[in-house]
Design a protein around this ligand. Structure first.
Ligand SMILES: [Zn+2]
Length: 208
């Protein structure tokens, strides 16, 4: 049925059909594959930072916030800050989703980070502080950040502190900032568990 002359084109055709199927299978079913919105490997974070076209602002500290709402995402906060507060864009640099209006643990990068503009999130410290907001109301009884949110926050802060030379002591909750009068990021935000996680991840990210 097959002459020898037909075998090679037939094999090539088979390969052309099979190869995309194999690639698709690996992409979809690869056992260690984690959905990209649930993890921030060092390469992903570098990619986030590559999107910044201008010189990095000399940041000195990082302030953690909660949104004080059950749900939300960067677009919702951005609209709220523009329409209600009449700011030019969302006051935070990063927003970490809780699976309601964005992925659980998804890191959204705000325009103020992309343009390296000072934020509007912590009175008196905005010119020095990067603002990261976790979606959720952690002052509300029984509401805590998801584990995936905490991992994303730890990975993002580990990366930023190493990249910018910010000491761990300069990563604080909003209420712990000098002069702050707020409960943010809420009594259920596990600051005592967060700092050891951040320190462990910094060891992982540190170039060897
Ligand atoms: Zn706050």
């Amino acid at each position: 049925m097959f002459s020898r002359r037909n075998v090679i084109p037939a094999l090539l055709a088979l390969l052309l059909i099979a190869l995309p199927l194999v690639v698709l299978f690996v992409l979809v079913f690869w056992p260690d594959r984690v959905p990209p919105d649930r993890t921030r490997a060092p390469e992903d974070l570098k990619q986030l930072c590559r999107t910044v076209a201008c010189q990095w602002h000399p940041w000195e500290e990082i302030v953690i916030h909660h949104s004080g709402t059950d749900s939300g995402n960067l677009a919702i906060i951005d609209r709220y800050h523009r329409e209600r507060r009449h700011w030019e864009s969302a006051g935070y640099h990063f927003v970490i989703g809780n699976g309601t209006a964005s992925g659980d643990g998804e890191i959204e990068v705000g325009p103020r980070w992309l343009n390296q503009q000072v934020g509007s999130h912590c009175r008196g410290r905005n010119d020095k502080a990067i603002g990261i907001c976790l979606i959720g109301n952690f002052e509300k009884s029984g509401q805590r950040p998801t584990l995936t949110q905490m991992l994303s926050l730890a990975q993002l802060t580990a990366y930023l502190t190493l990249r910018l030379g910010i000491p761990v002591e300069k990563v604080r909750g909003h209420r712990d900032m000098p002069g702050a009068v707020t409960l943010c990021p809420g009594k259920n935000f596990p600051m005592n568990g967060f700092i050891p996680l951040l320190e462990a991840l910094r060891d992982d990210y540190r170039p060897r």
